[in-house]
Write a protein that binds this ligand. Structure first.
Ligand code: AMP
Length: 174
C-alpha cells in the first residue's frame, strides 16, 4: 500500500487553511497506481455477495465505476443536489458550516439490494453516513463502505456504526 500512498499528493491549506488536501489526481494519472488501486479494492470485494455498486460524486465515481465493471455489476450515482434528471430521494447532512445533501434516483436501488458504496476518502464520515442512509431509505442493504484513503484522526468510522469499512491507506498528520 506504500506504493499507492506515495502516489497521492498532499496540498497543504486547500481549499482552506488547516486542511491537508489528499489529491488522488496524481495517483490516477499513474497507470500502475490507478490499476493497483482498483485491483486492491476488487480483491477485497470480489467474493462478497454484492448486487450493485454506488459511487459518491465525484471521486467515488472513478473507483466505483471500475469496481462495478470488474465485478460485473451495475453502478448507481449518488450525486450532489439538483444534478439527477428523474425523481430523486435526498439525504441531508451537517457540514462545519451549514448543510449539504446527496441525492439518488428513486428507482436506483430496489428493496433488498445489497449495495457497496464507494468514495475516495473517509474524513468525518458525514458524506458516507448520508449515502448509507439514502440507500437504506430505499430498502437497500449497505454491505460495505470502500475508500482509497482514511483520515483516522477525524474518527469517521465512529459514524458508520456496524458497516463493513475497507480502505487502502491512512494519512495521520503527515
Ligand atoms: P467527510 O464527509 O468528512 O468524511 O468527507 C469526505 C468527503 O470529502 C470525500 O468525498 C472526500 O473526497 C472529501 N474530503 C474531505 N476531506 C478531504 C481531504 N483532506 N482531502 C481530500 N478530500 C477530502
Amino acid at each position: 500500500m506504500e506504493e499507492i500512498k506515495k502516489k497521492i499528493r498532499t496540498i497543504p491549506d486547500w481549499p482552506k487553511k488547516g486542511i491537508q488536501f489528499r489529491d488522488i489526481t496524481t495517483l490516477i494519472k499513474d497507470p500502475h497506481g490507478f490499476r493497483e488501486t482498483c485491483n486492491r479494492l476488487y480483491e477485497h470485494y470480489k467474493d462478497k455477495d454484492i448486487d450493485i455498486i454506488a459511487g459518491i460524486e465525484s471521486r467515488g465515481f472513478i473507483f466505483g465505476s471500475v469496481l462495478a465493471y470488474k465485478m460485473g455489476k451495475g453502478l448507481v450515482l449518488l450525486r450532489k443536489p439538483g444534478k439527477l434528471p428523474a425523481d430523486t430521494v435526498r439525504q441531508e447532512y451537517e457540514l462545519e458550516y451549514g448543510t449539504d445533501a446527496v441525492e439518488m434516483h428513486l428507482d436506483a436501488v430496489k428493496p433488498g439490494d445489497r449495495v457497496l458504496i464507494v468514495d475516495d476518502l473517509l474524513a468525518t464520515g458525514g458524506t458516507m453516513e448520508a449515502a448509507a442512509k439514502l440507500i437504506q431509505k430505499q430498502g437497500g442493504k449497505v454491505v460495505g463502505c470502500a475508500f482509497v484513503i482514511e483520515l483516522p484522526e477525524l474518527r469517521g468510522r465512529g459514524r458508520l456504526g456496524n458497516f463493513e469499512i475497507f480502505r487502502l491507506v491512512d494519512f495521520e498528520g503527515e
